[in-house]
Design a protein around this ligand. Sequence first.
Ligand code: BJW
Ligand code: ZN
Length: 282
Amino acid sequence: MPSSSVEDFRRVLFTSTKILIISGAGLSAASGIATFRGTNGRWRRYDAAKLATLSAWQENQSTVWQFFHYRREEVRPSRPNSAHEALARLCTSSLRKSVAPNATVTHATQNIDGLNLEALTKLSAETGEESDAQLVEMHGNLFDVVCTAHDCDYRAKNMDHPICTALEGTEKVVAEGNIEPVVKRADLPHCPQCQQLLRPDVVWFGERPKRIHDILEAAKTADLCLVVGTSSLVQPASKLPEYVRANGGKIAVFNVEVTNHSDEADFLFLGACEVELARILG
Ligand code: BJW
Ligand code: ZN
């Protein structure tokens, strides 16, 4: 049975040398962003997981762009919550000293909302110290776009609001039945270099997560792994704790509910991570 002893966890944290944080949608729930599989994981009449595929994109670029435009609009007003802030402190050398003085940190987030980076930037502006941790947005970022043409290397940050005029207002539509706003392909975001269609630079099923080698290396050498707010249903993120365990490392799960892997954890903190991480990490 996993332990929920804060004292024992803090002892393990204090002697750790390589920490891997794996986070998911529950980390941003308190910032007002819907979890991926929450409320049955649906957007309009679609299963969100089915829209996160290359085949959905190939079938209907307009619908997929409307989904991502909706998500950009959802994220835009949101701000990091106390869980992002607690992790940001753990990712900053001088603030980590009192809890994990000998550790380096890698944070592999599955979230595409950019809130972990925002929390680090905010903390760095307050302390004057840059984070020394490695932050990997392994499923990409909602505000990055990439050209779909094979012979074009265009890739950029795009904070435009809206990303294109044809998508404006579609985020408010709750489509009933099969009736949906029509946004023509020609009116979707296009590449300024070659005029081909742009797509969100996020990782769909069957695609390779970003910087996967850095993440696997961190998992194979970590002696402590914090698994925060993820259902642990999606590979390879769901497999990373197994690598940590194979190396003799400890696993601590922070989730509002028991998940697939929580019974294999050494520590389980059941509760909202925005409360638990602040309470336990300080
Ligand atoms: C709280 C809380 C609070 C709530 N406090 N907790 C070829 C074809 C097809 C499939 C595959 C293939 N090759 C491999 C696969 C397998 C596939 C897979 O895993 N499928 C499973 C469904 C079975 N994986 C992949 O395809 C991955 N690629 C891959 O494996 O490539 C091969 C490779 C690996 C290694 C090296 C080289 C090659 C890619 C997966 C991409 C996933 N993409 C998505 C969409 C991204 C863009 C977008 O967001 O739209 O990522 S799917 C979706 O799931 C999204 C999420 O990041 C991801 C994980 O979800 P998450 O974060 O866990 O959210 P939820 O909603 O599921 O859970 C929230 C949790 O929070 C819950 O537990 C709550 O209880 C909790 N919670 N409030 C604490 N306050
Ligand atoms: Zn292009």
